[in-house]
Ligand binder design. Structure first.
Ligand code: ADP
Length: 161
């Protein structure tokens, strides 16, 4: 059994994330999607709601589970006996941060490998933060996030939860 973890803020989950988790679910026996609740990082959407939006986005993927998580990703990986941390890479922008993070994780836990999956072409420039910004300003985010996420963001216009 090969288990992987896919950590992220998912604030909110976008179709770029869904693309990565869908492809990852075909490569590993089990994938744990870990929604980070980091008290030091201001999130737009509260953790319970982010978790629910992620769950509803991946419930059709039978080997994917979703949980909230706080702390070091390598500890999460160890707790699940996972050998792999999955991260998505978009053109240029993600590389430096992701490279540094993977080096640190390797140092903390040499037996856990970070694997990068290239973002789908249509999602290269898609980010949660930009999606939030456009949604808050009343712009059209159809095709950027799952439909239930779009509906939720519509209800939040003028003040995110
Ligand atoms: P974090 O705060 O940990 O970066 P995010 O929710 O922004 O959390 O991203 C989680 C992971 O998904 C990261 O590896 C990020 O690079 C990747 N990711 C973000 N947006 C996309 C996208 N549009 N396509 C593919 N991967 C993405």
């Amino acid at each position: 059994m090969t288990t992987a973890v896919y950590p992220g803020s998912f604030d909110p989950i976008t179709l770029g994330h869904v693309d990565i988790i869908t492809r990852a679910s075909q490569l590993f026996d089990t994938v744990v999607m870990a929604v980070v609740k980091n008290p030091g990082k201001q999130a737009n959407i509260r953790i319970e709601k982010r978790l629910k939006l992620v769950e509803d986005s991946v419930k059709h993927l039978k080997n994917v589970s979703v949980e909230a998580f706080e702390g070091l990703t390598v500890n999460l990986a160890k707790a699940h006996n996972a050998k792999v941390i999955i991260r998505g890479l978009r053109a240029v922008s993600d590389f430096e941060y992701e490279f540094a993070m993977s080096q640190m994780n390797k140092r903390l836990c040499p037996q856990v490998e970070t694997m990068f999956m290239m973002a789908g072409l249509e999602y290269q420039f898609l980010s949660s933060s930009m999606t939030n910004e456009v949604a808050t300003l009343g712009g059209d985010i159809q095709g950027l996030v799952p439909e239930h996420v779009r509906q939720y963001l519509l209800t939040q216009q003028g003040g995110a939860e």
